[in-house]
Design a protein around this ligand. Structure first.
Ligand SMILES: Nc1ncnc2c1ncn2[C@@H]1O[C@H](COP(=O)(O)OP(=O)(O)OP(=O)(O)O)[C@@H](O)[C@H]1O
Length: 603
């Protein structure tokens, strides 16, 4: 036997067997170990997610489920000398001082004239996590006309506002969180003169551009579970951030705006953007709504110089804002009846303003002396909203305790998020590694799973009961012409002689393990002389007929083990001893050798 000869060894002899039945290839981990690792990481991820959610809920409850921020618009005075503003601010306090007036207001956070869109969004971000966790969330921009509500919510191209940043944040979180899958959809509508307009409705080409070309006057329905739905409102599933921004821009363009003395592009309606979040984690699906509302500006009609339609629009805005004020007052007094139905605006938001939901109101004020009256009105509104949380005004001691608890919860959330980030990385890399293994050893994986349930060492030589044996693939099946033996293996004269010997073994049950594990006529070269694309199926059908899963065999060069060239035939015919390799005959070396090389690409 020359150096070219090869033998076949069962895979388990070349690798380390694990107690769980898996096989370690080389020094690497096996597939089942990686799978176990992934499931352990996932269970830790679930635990941390639960902890993070609980801490966030506590934090938001402690801070107040209705939070009020105040943003002061930069002064737009063009005159050279600076007029002292009647508004002075601290971190959580605003003082308004003018002739005969001195009022202080407390809010949860003040953004002064220098504040940036980043500063505002930084404070808004935690409440978005609540929306992702399954709570209904409502973010409202409120204030006098021209004070920057639209600037805060929409922003400009270079200075994105809360809505585009929130959408971005939702997608970014969804990409990072491997414990749940998220689906987002967007709807936009405007409450205009007491009726609802669908801002994302398909354009009706028959309308002239100046006419109302979006669905008007939609009606509001309350479902049995208490959820509110706007009948017929377009809800677009947004697959990615790009699509989301496209739809959002489209909705913005459809808004009703007009010129007033106070604002060149004054919104003449309340614009409501709704992001519906569907979170699927395991067997449960949670649906929550994130409302981002740019309220129409409260205005003194004389001041805005509005007349005709613009005046009517202003009146409608003021009416619905006053209805919102009534709802807030009823919630504050914990009234059993909350007058949601007094306006379309409050009706739509009714399931996102009350119990279980989180509300954030950003009140916008002007720094100008001329606007002091409106500033005090807006801050009065903010104060009422804030009082919904009864325990707001605390003693200094309690404030310190509360602050300490808030810091603890903050830290808990940060730690959990940090660990979750690391876990996500680990899960991703483990999943990649699992996919790699599955890609590299498809035949091995298949054979290992096929083999489950049958003892690894049991060998049946000869006829196999069809019910017990794995079915060969269709292609292999078509070639079978002699029972379970493929056509290309139909017995030759020589092989029939040997077959007789093999049959003798079958009749002696105790020999089933000790015989060369491959019957003589199924020697390596015969079974493995196929093209690589077909060899798995064919080799399997051979293995089936021999009772040995082919994928457990790895070819090794003859000279790597010490064995005589004719040992297989001689042992088969004589005393059957356990033998786990066999030698190809010289004439069959080339195909087997080729096969070895092909098989090597799987290892
Ligand atoms: N923080 C800010 N920084 C820079 N510019 C601002 C800021 N706030 C508002 N502005 C500018 O002030 C003008 C009015 O703002 P905006 O249209 O957002 O007001 P509004 O409250 O939405 O008014 P309306 O209620 O009439 O729609 C805009 O030109 C806007 O760019």
């Amino acid at each position: 036997m020359g150096k070219e000869a090869h033998v076949m060894l069962p895979l388990e002899k070349l690798s380390l067997e694990l107690p769980n039945g898996g096989i370690v290839l080389g020094h690497d981990k096996d597939i089942s170990t990686v799978q176990e690792e992934i499931s352990a990481l996932r269970s830790r991820q679930r635990h941390l997610n639960r902890r993070r959610r609980e801490a966030l809920d506590k934090l938001i409850d402690l801070k107040g489920s209705i939070r009020v921020f105040c943003r002061v618009r930069p002064s737009i005075s063009t005159s050279n000398f600076k007029i002292k503003s009647p508004v002075t601010v601290e971190q959580e306090k605003i003082a308004v001082q003018a002739v005969g007036i001195k009022k202080d207001f407390n809010v949860d956070r003040v953004f002064d004239q220098e504040s940036t869109q980043d500063d505002v969004f930084h404070e808004v971000k935690p409440i978005l996590r609540s929306a992702l966790d399954g709570h209904n969330v409502c973010i409202l921009a409120f204030g006098q006309t021209g004070t920057g509500k639209t600037y805060t919510m929409e922003g400009t191209n270079g200075n994105l506002g809360v809505v585009p940043r929130a959408i971005q944040e939702l997608f970014s979180h969804a990409a990072q969180d491997s414990s749940s899958t998220y689906a987002f959809s967007i709807s936009m509508l405007e409450v205009y003169m007491g009726s609802l307009r669908d801002l994302l409705a398909p354009r009706q080409t028959l309308f002239k551009p100046t006419e109302c070309n979006t669905t008007c006057n939609l009606s509001i329905l309350a479902t049995k579970s208490g959820a509110v739905e706007v009948e017929g409102l377009t809800d677009v599933l947004i697959a990615d951030l790009k699509k989301a921004n496209q739809w959002y821009c489209r909705g913005r363009r459809s808004r009703s705006t007009s010129w007033t003395n106070v604002n060149n592009v004054s919104s003449r309606s309340h614009c409501l953007t709704r992001i519906t979040i569907r979170r699927c984690g395991g067997a449960t699906e949670e649906v929550s709504k994130l409302w981002l509302v740019d309220l129409g500006g409260s205005e003194r009609l004389l001041k805005t110089g509005a007349s005709g339609l613009t005046m009517d629009e202003g009146k409608a805005i003021n009416l619905s804002l006053s209805a919102l004020g009534d709802v807030i007052a009823a919630l504050r007094r914990k009234r059993s009846h909350v007058p949601y139905r007094n306006s379309k605006l409050t009706q739509i938001l009714s399931d996102s303003l009350g119990d279980g939901s989180k509300v954030l109101m950003v009140v916008h004020i002007s720094p100008c002396k001329d606007d002091v009256g409106e500033t005090i009105c807006s801050l009065g509104f903010a104060k009422r909203a804030r009082l919904i949380e009864s325990s707001r005004e605390l003693s200094e001691d309690l404030k310190i305790l509360k602050q300490r608890r808030l810091s603890e919860l903050d830290k808990e959330i940060c730690d959990a998020e940090k660990e979750l980030k690391d876990l996500n990385e680990q899960i991703r890399s483990a999943e990649n590694s699992l996919a790699e293994r599955k890609k590299i050893l498809p035949s091995v994986c298949q054979a290992l799973s096929d083999e489950k349930g049958s003892p690894r060492s049991t060998l049946v030589v000869g006829r196999i009961d069809a019910a017990d044996s794995p079915q060969p693939p269709e292609k292999a099946k078509s070639r079978v012409s002699h029972g379970s033996v493929p056509h290309f293996m139909s017995p030759t004269v020589c092989s029939q002689t040997r077959h007789g010997v093999a049959r003798d073994y079958v009749s002696k049950p105790r020999l089933t393990k000790s015989v060369s594990r491959y019957p003589a006529e199924l020697s390596g070269s015969q079974s493995l002389s196929h093209s690589s694309s077909k060899n798995v199926a064919k080799a399997r059908s051979v293995a089936f007929s021999s009772g040995v899963p082919m994928s457990k065999c790895l070819p090794v060069k003859f000279d790597q083990i010490n064995m005589s060239s004719n040992s297989i035939d001689s042992t088969a015919a004589s005393v059957p001893q356990r033998r786990e390799s066999f030698i190809s005959r010289p004439v069959q070396r080339v195909p087997l050798h080729q096969h070895r090389r092909r098989m090597s690409c799987f290892t």
